[in-house]
Design a protein. Structure first.
Lengths: 411, 158
C-alpha cells in the first residue's frame, strides 16, 4: 500500500460510517482484487443452465481476472484463468460456445476444457531447428484453476483453498431462500448488461438497502408492490455479506404513512392503462411477492412477483461497474407463464420501471462525494448492528456488507 | 421499387424520431396500432432465440403506461436523444402492410453537456399502411441493439 492509503483508517464508529475514500482509492481497488476477488470468497459465474452440454463454455470475470467457465467432456464444471501460459494472451475470445479444445490465437498453444496445456506449436522446432529446450516447463505458468461449487444450479468459483463450503459461506437461512427460488430446473429467457457509473460497492449496497426501495422507486409504492408498512423482513447471513429481504404484498394494511409524510414517491394520479402486467401468480405458495437476495461480493438473486433473474456485479475500475442480468423461468413453464415473466421484465433492467433509478442513484453518490474522500456516509437506520430484522426501515444488511468487507480487507 | 411506399414509410420513420427527439413522448403511442407491439432487445438475445426484452409492450395502452411512468414516476437526469435513421429497406407484404428494416444511431445528450453514442442497431418494422385516420402505423417495431450493454439507464424509448 502506498503511504497515502496507509492513512486510510476506518472511522471509529465502525460499520455505521462508510468513508468515501473506499469508493475512490486506486490502492483500495487493487487490494480488493487481491483480498476479495482472488481471496477467500465465492464469486458468481452464472447459471449452470448456460452450460448444459459437455464442451460448452462461457467467458466471464472474477473481479478483473478474466476466466473461462466450461463443462468438460466428462460433464464436470471447470473454471480457469483466461490467460495463455506462454505470453499471457486471452485464450478464449468468444463470450460463449462449444468446443473440444481451446487454442490461443497468438501462437496456437492448445488447452483442454479443464485448462490444462495440451500442446505447444513447434515445440520440437521445424526440421531440427528452433523449438524449446527439452527441459522447458511452459506449464509452470499455466492458467490458474479455480475451485468451482454449484448450489441449486448457480455456479461459483474461488481461487483460495481457505474459502469454506458454499453453503457455509452463504449461511443456512439465506441458502434456504435460494432453494425457494431455484426450486426446479430453470430455462434461460435472455440477458443484457448495464454499465453503471459507480464503484461496485455502491451498487451492492443499493441492492441490500431495503430502506430506499419504496422511497426512490415510485412505481413500488404507488402500486403497493412494496411499501414499508407491508409485512416483510431482512435476514443477514454468512459473515454479514449475504442477505435476503422479502415483502408480502397481500398483507398491506392500506396505511397512509407515506401520504401523511408527504413523500414524493406517492404523488397521486398515476394509474396503469394496462395493469395485466402486475397480475402475478403465487408460484411459491408463501405469499412472498418480492425477494431480493445477495451473496458477497457480487451475486444477486431477484424474485419480483414472477420476474426471476440473477445479476452478476463486476468491478470495472474505481468508478465503474458492469451489471450482468440473466432472466430465467422454469423448464415446466407453459407459454402463458413465460409471457407473464417477459411482461414483468419491464420492471427490471436498464429500462425497468422499478430498477431504472438504481443505475442513476449510485452514480449520484459517486459524483456527490468527489470532493469528500475524508467524509463518511451515515448508516444508522435500524440501529448499529447487523442482525436480522422484521422491519425493512433498516440498513442492517448494508452494515453486514461492511462487516464482511472490512474483515477481508483488514480495514 | 415502389417509390410511393418507400417515401411513405420513410416519412413515418422520420416523424417517429422527431416526436421522440422533440420530447413529444405523448405522441409516441399514436405511431402504433391499438394492438401494436414494441420491444427493445439485444442482437445477442435475438440471435440466440432468447425472448427477453429490455422494454416489451403488446398494446398501445402499455406504451401509454411507459410515457406516464417517465412523466410522473421514474426519476432520471434530464436528457435528450438525437436519432439518425438510415438505409431503410421496404418490402410490401400485402395490399395493407409492409415490412421495413432500418439502421439507427442514437446520441444521448445529458443536461451536463455530456454527449455520447448511446445506442446503435436496427429497427425491424411491420407497418399497417392504412391505420387510424388512414395514416401508416406500426403493427410491430422490434428494436435490436447491436451491443449487449446499456449505459446507466434507458428511460426515453428508442
Amino acid at each position: 500500500m502506498s503511504p497515502a492509503s496507509e492513512s486510510r483508517a476506518w472511522p471509529a464508529e465502525g460499520v455505521t460510517r462508510v468513508p468515501y475514500w473506499v469508493y475512490q482509492d486506486e490502492d483500495i481497488y487493487a487490494r480488493e482484487q487481491e483480498r476479495i476477488y482472488r481471496g477467500a470468497t465465492w464469486n458468481f459465474l452464472g447459471l449452470e443452465a448456460e452450460l448444459p452440454d459437455p464442451g460448452d463454455f462461457k467467458t466471464t470475470f472474477v473481479g478483473e481476472m478474466p476466466v473461462v467457465v466450461s463443462r468438460d467432456l466428462q460433464g464436470a464444471l471447470r473454471c480457469f484463468e483466461n490467460r495463455c501460459a506462454h505470453r499471457g494472451a486471452l485464450l478464449c475470445l468468444k463470450g460463449r460456445g462449444n468446443t473440444k479444445e481451446i487454442t490461443c490465437i497468438y501462437h496456437n498453444w492448445t488447452y483442454d476444457l479443464e485448462g490444462n496445456l495440451t500442446g505447444v506449436a513447434f515445440r520440437r522446432g521445424v526440421r531440427g531447428l528452433g523449438g524449446m529446450p527439452a527441459d522447458a516447463r511452459p506449464e509452470s505458468e499455466a492458467p490458474r484453476k479455480l475451485r468451482v461449487a454449484t448450489f441449486c444450479g448457480l455456479m461459483f468459483a474461488t481461487l483460495s483453498e481457505a474459502t469454506p463450503s458454499i453453503e457455509q459461506y452463504i449461511g443456512p437461512e439465506v441458502a434456504a431462500k435460494i432453494r425457494r427460488v431455484m426450486k426446479e430446473p430453470v430455462k434461460l429467457l435472455g440477458g443484457y448488461s448495464q454499465a453503471l457509473p459507480s464503484n461496485w460497492k455502491l451498487y451492492f449496497e443499493n441492492v441490500k438497502d431495503t430502506y430506499h426501495a419504496s422511497l426512490l422507486h415510485l412505481f413500488f409504492s404507488t402500486f403497493r408492490l412494496n411499501r414499508l408498512e407491508q409485512k416483510g423482513g431482512v435476514i443477514v447471513g454468512g459473515d454479514g455479506g449475504s442477505h435476503v429481504s422479502f415483502t408480502m404484498m397481500k398483507t398491506d394494511l392500506a396505511g397512509d404513512e407515506y401520504e401523511r409524510a408527504g413523500m414524493r414517491s406517492v404523488s397521486g394520479g398515476y394509474r396503469l392503462e394496462a395493469p395485466q402486467m402486475l397480475e402475478s401468480v403465487d408460484e411459491f405458495g408463501d405469499g412472498v411477492t418480492l425477494q431480493i437476495l445477495t451473496v458477497f461480493p457480487g451475486f444477486v438473486l431477484q424474485q419480483i412477483m414472477n420476474c426471476l433473474a440473477v445479476r452478476q456485479v463486476l468491478p470495472k475500475g474505481v468508478a465503474g461497474t458492469e451489471l450482468v442480468w440473466t432472466a430465467f423461468g422454469y423448464v415446466s413453464d407453459d407459454e402463458r407463464m413465460t409471457e407473464l415473466r417477459l411482461k414483468q421484465s419491464n420492471l427490471v433492467g436498464p429500462a425497468g420501471y422499478i430498477s431504472l433509478e438504481d443505475g442513476a442513484a449510485t452514480g449520484f453518490v459517486q459524483r456527490g462525494v468527489a470532493g469528500a474522500s475524508a467524509r463518511a456516509s451515515v448508516v444508522e437506520m435500524g440501529g448499529r448492528g447487523v442482525e436480522s430484522n422484521e422491519s425493512r426501515v433498516t440498513e442492517t444488511s448494508v452494515r453486514g456488507l461492511w462487516q464482511q468487507y472490512r474483515r477481508h480487507m483488514g480495514l | 421499387m415502389d417509390v410511393e411506399l418507400q417515401l411513405t414509410v420513410e416519412n413515418l420513420l422520420s416523424r417517429y424520431v422527431h416526436a421522440i427527439d422533440d420530447d413529444r413522448l405523448q405522441d409516441w403511442p399514436g405511431f402504433f396500432t391499438e394492438k401494436g407491439r414494441y420491444r427493445i432487445t439485444t442482437a445477442e438475445n435475438y440471435e440466440r432465440g432468447l425472448p427477453l426484452s429490455i422494454i416489451y409492450a403488446d398494446s398501445r395502452a402499455m406504451l401509454h403506461d411507459r410515457v406516464s411512468a417517465l412523466r410522473h414516476a421514474n426519476i432520471y437526469e434530464a436528457q435528450r436523444y438525437r436519432h439518425i435513421v438510415s438505409s431503410t429497406l421496404v418490402e410490401r407484404i400485402d395490399a395493407h402492410s409492409a415490412r421495413a428494416t432500418s439502421n439507427f444511431q442514437v446520441v444521448r445528450i445529458m443536461h451536463t453537456g455530456e454527449s455520447m453514442l448511446f445506442a446503435s442497431g436496427r429497427y425491424l418494422d411491420r407497418i399497417r399502411m392504412n391505420g387510424d385516420g388512414g395514416e401508416p402505423q406500426f403493427e410491430e417495431r422490434v428494436v435490436i441493439l447491436d451491443s449487449r450493454s446499456v449505459d446507466t439507464l434507458l428511460a426515453i424509448p428508442l
